[in-house]
Design a protein around this ligand. Structure first.
Ligand SMILES: [Fe+2]
Length: 506
């Protein structure tokens, strides 16, 4: 199987111009009309929001309870009669779907994705949300404004894989909405001398108001064509031409033994396969193969030539990245990060010159220069030092090209590279010569906890640099396109296509 890339995917996009990136908006976006009258003030700066996400810290310090909780949930699903294959069958060999990750903040950056998604992918057969359906902690009560309402006009069913944030309520809200299972599979199973600590601090899932959820579903996504019930937190959609396999990576990214066994079973055979995961296997020029309880990794299964995977797409990191990797067995697999579906943005300017694949083959959105410029404006505002920090897209692009020794995607005739520009770029974490960083300059990006940095990367005005994928499947090919959601009105009806790849399936 081979992949053909198109280096020139569309008439306007961020590789062509600043307007294509959304730096200059012709007219404001209409997405604001979709927002609820009262949008809850969602900010990662609020201690309450961070406190509600505390299960993440507990899982990392005292052991991730996701596998034990998932086992109980899966037992409950099987008792209810869910077939062990956890597979949905579709008869059509030709179909299309839209995939986006890390959606559920319920604020402008999430709703800004909706109009371009409906224009570019409103005719697809189904949607997949890969990771973090509801921030900050998966609460069932928040599905109305962070899931049902934004996607009310998407006519097809929606399937999902949970992200770590969905797990912070023990997956209770997720299972209720997507699997129709109303069971509290907690409490976590910690044992030992210090187990009282996580037991005491663990945020337990609240009660689920089934009537309120049913009303929200009926009001916003009540049409017959929008209904679906997925088999479990991990599942497969089997079609004559492609099998889409989705895994649940819990809080820290480890698959339980039973899920690993299931993954090996559904991965067998010559049919081409696409993996959807809550944690990407290649991201930020790093390989994160995904451990399976009892031995082996998810990526070993994906790279096994007997399994015929053609692509692996993961959420969790809030931008778009694509690594067309040739495996040791000589097969090409597209490893894609697609987590720019609504929540705050993770910068791409901290990605080094790639070694996983040749830099010329690597694609990301936003471009590193745009990412750096956006971050510099945020830091300037936050530190009340705009004159020092703010870099124009042109300055930021020049700094990225200088430090990484690459072509950063959008060419400028006169690269503006002052000492100040170089200083800000290094301070905000653009690696020098691909990888080397001084100890001092490494501090701002690597040592500050992600949540602290992400608060700075959360904004409510264009350009948002959000993205989603449209995937079209025929009997012979899989075509993947990454579309931008900038928040600009012009781009809502003609979203820029930022990347495209077509993969032969036979
Ligand atoms: Fe996320």
């Amino acid at each position: 199987m081979s992949a053909e890339e198109s280096p020139d995917p569309g008439p306007e996009n961020s590789r062509r111009s600043e307007a294509g990136a959304g730096w200059v908006c012709g007219k404001p976006g209409t997405f604001k009309d979709l927002l609820p009258e009262r949008v809850a003030d969602f900010s990662w700066r609020r201690p309450r929001v961070l406190w509600r996400s505390r299960n993440d810290v507990l899982a990392r310090w005292f052991g991730d309870p996701s596998n034990a909780i998932r086992r109980r949930c899966v037992d409950a699903l099987r008792e209810r009669g869910t077939p062990a294959a956890f597979t949905v069958h579709r008869a059509e060999p030709e179909f299309s779907f839209v995939l986006l990750g890390d959606t559920g903040e319920g604020d402008r950056s999430q709703y800004a994705v909706v109009p371009p998604l409906l224009h570019a992918a409103g005719d697809t057969d189904f949607m997949i949300i890969a990771s973090d359906v509801i921030y900050p902690a998966g609460d069932a009560a928040q599905y109305q404004d962070k899931f049902f309402r934004p996607y009310k006009d998407y006519p097809g069913p929606i399937y999902a894989v949970p992200g770590n944030h969905d797990w912070y309520d023990g997956l209770r809200g997720f299972l209720h909405v997507f699997c129709g299972l109303d069971t509290d599979c907690s409490p976590p199973p910690w044992r030992g001398v210090l187990s009282f600590l996580p037991r005491m601090l663990w945020r337990h899932s609240g009660d689920v108001d089934g009537d309120a959820l049913a009303e929200a579903r009926g009001r916003y996504r009540g049409a017959p064509g929008q209904q679906s019930l997925q088999p479990g937190p991990y599942w497969a959609i089997d079609t004559p031409s492609l099998r889409v396999i989705a895994v649940d990576t819990g809080i820290t990214g480890v698959l339980d033994r039973a899920q690993g066994r299931w993954l090996r079973e559904v991965s067998a055979g010559p049919k081409p396969k696409l993996l959807v995961t809550g944690k990407p296997l290649y991201v930020d020029d790093d390989h994160r193969p995904g451990r399976i309880e009892g031995g082996g990794t998810v990526d070993e299964i994906v790279q096994d030539p007997a399994h015929h995977y053609v692509a692996a797409i993961g959420g969790d990191i809030h931008n778009y990245q694509r690594y067309p990797l040739t495996t040791e067995a000589g097969r090409k697999i597209e490893y894609i990060v697609s987590g720019g579906g609504g929540a705050f943005m993770h910068g791409t300017h901290t990605i080094p010159r790639t070694r996983v694949v040749d830099e010329g083959e690597f694609r990301c959105y936003p471009l590193r220069g745009d990412s750096l410029s956006r971050y510099s404006k945020l830091y300037g505002r936050w530190l009340h030092l705009p004159k020092l920090f703010e870099l124009t897209p042109q300055e930021a692009t020049a700094a990225v090209e200088h430090r990484l020794g690459i072509k950063a995607g959008r060419g400028y005739e006169d690269p503006a590279l002052s000492r100040r520009v170089r200083f800000v770029a290094s301070l905000l974490g653009v690696p020098r010569d691909g990888r080397r960083r001084s100890r001092f300059l490494r501090f701002p990006v690597r040592k500050v906890p992600q949540r602290f940095r992400s608060e700075l990367a959360d904004w409510d005005d264009p350009p948002f640099f959000k993205s989603f994928l449209r995937l079209d499947v025929t009997e012979s090919h899989l075509r993947i396109r990454c579309y931008a959601a900038t928040g600009c009105g012009d781009h809502e009806t003609a979203p820029p296509c930022e990347d495209e790849v077509t993969i032969a399936l036979r």
